[in-house]
Design a protein around this ligand. Structure first.
Ligand code: FNR
Length: 386
């Protein structure tokens, strides 16, 4: 079955059939008009390659590093909340697929499987942890300590969610984990028997990093109140400095879209920044990530490693981002669709598809080593410049 699936769009369609509407919509949506969500993908299509011929294409390699971690291709799994609701034990399955593929898996603060669950299920293979800085700083300190204990090898600090962008579908669907058993939800879940069977077999149905780790947060209604009140609109660069000291390891700053912010990120001494608009889920009307990338690379690329995410649905997108200076990329929906469609095998299939497209497209552009790829593989005038 998996080998007949040959591109990410097929995984998306299958996920749409298999995942309850509330969670499928949560993944496949952006904020307000979704214009930034769409632009993330569409702007990749505008960039054209220069096809080259009669260059020896044998012995190709897509291997490189991201913050000094060896990766089989310049791709990591992006942190996504509620991943264990796309498929039972979703974070564990995606972490295993990433481990086998030789790329980093990033666990979200808002995951269903906890830090400890993922560490145990992957035999303490290092993974990355994404942190949201909540107002409850004691909880954050404990979370950082738990990430260290779980053998996390980089901290991805998300800085673009001091407040929440509005997603119409989540409000209309009454998004929650576990889903509320309204008649509409039960009727919809009745049409997703694979998903329901998986969920009945697992105990992990709520936010694993939070429930049981915060005083008074024992059930779903308390949890919703707590999280809604915890995102911190007053977050500042001083907090970044504090987290950097407290963590003491590799630090990646996520959610940078502006050259001025990129300069501050480089000044902070972090190891990398991620050009990201949160997959079009926060400020609708912001430019696409691939559009913002070149100016940021030109401004700070010599001082800090630049990564990007947003709209990557193929290995060709990875190649374009790499050509424009991103040392690595992250995939959100592309892996979530695979997970919702077929669990671990679906994530593996998504990674295989992206790798295959990256490898072949690189060769068509006349390169056999990802390390030598630069802007010269792109047709001038078709890509954004600083
Ligand atoms: C996200 N994203 C995200 N980012 C983050 O730092 N912490 C999180 O918990 C989440 N949660 C989340 C849930 C879902 C369903 C999606 C789709 C995205 C943003 C994510 O890390 C990444 O920036 C985008 O997903 C990249 O865009 P693509 O690849 O999905 O187009």
């Amino acid at each position: 079955m998996t080998s007949t699936i040959t591109h990410i769009e097929e995984l998306r369609k299958l996920a749409k059939r298999r995942v309850p509407r509330m969670f499928y919509d949560y993944a496949d949506s952006g904020s307000w008009t979704e214009s930034t969500y769409r632009a993330n993908e569409e702007d990749f299509q505008k960039i054209l390659f220069r096809q080259r011929i009669l260059i020896n294409m044998e012995n190709r390699s897509t291997a490189t590093t991201m913050v000094d971690v060896p990766v089989s291709m310049p791709v990591a799994i992006a942190p996504t909340g509620l991943t264990g609701m796309q498929h039972a034990d979703g974070e564990i399955l995606a972490a295993r697929a990433a481990k086998e593929f030789g790329i980093p898996f990033t666990l979200s603060t808002m995951s269903i499987c906890s830090l400890e669950d993922v560490a145990k299920a992957t035999n303490r293979h290092p993974f990355w942890f994404q942190l949201y800085v909540m107002k409850d700083r004691d909880f954050i300190e404990r979370l950082i300590d738990r990430a260290k204990a779980a053998n996390c090898s980089a901290l991805v600090l998300t800085l673009d969610l001091q407040i929440l962008g509005q997603r119409h579908k989540d409000i209309k669907n009454g998004l929650s984990a576990p889903p509320k058993l309204t008649i509409a939800n039960m009727l919809n879940i009745a049409t997703k028997p694979r998903w329901a069977r998986g969920m009945l077999k697992t105990k992990r149905r709520s936010f694993g990093n939070i429930v049981g780790h915060v005083d008074g947060v024992t059930d779903m209604s308390r949890l919703s109140e707590w999280t809604a009140s915890q995102f911190d609109p007053a977050l500042s660069w001083d907090d970044v400095e504090w987290i950097k000291k407290r963590w003491g390891g590799k630090l990646i700053l996520k959610g940078i879209m502006d050259v001025d912010d990129a300069r501050l990120a480089a000044d902070s001494g972090a190891d990398a920044l991620i050009v990201s608009n949160h997959g079009g889920r926060q400020l609708d009307g912001a430019e696409s990530s691939i559009h913002a990338l070149p100016a940021i690379v030109d401004a700070v690329g010599d001082r800090i490693e630049v990564h990007m995410d947003g709209g990557i649905r193929s290995g060709q997108d990875v190649l374009k981002a790499r050509a424009l200076g991103a040392k690595g990329c992250y995939i959100g929906r592309a892996f979530l669709y695979g997970l919702g469609a077929m669990g671990q095998a679906g994530v593996t299939r998504a990674l295989e598809i992206i790798h295959n497209e990256l490898d072949l497209s690189m060769a068509f552009c006349g390169h056999t080593d990802i390390e030598t790829v630069d802007r010269n593989i792109l047709l001038p005038g078709t890509y954004p410049t600083a």
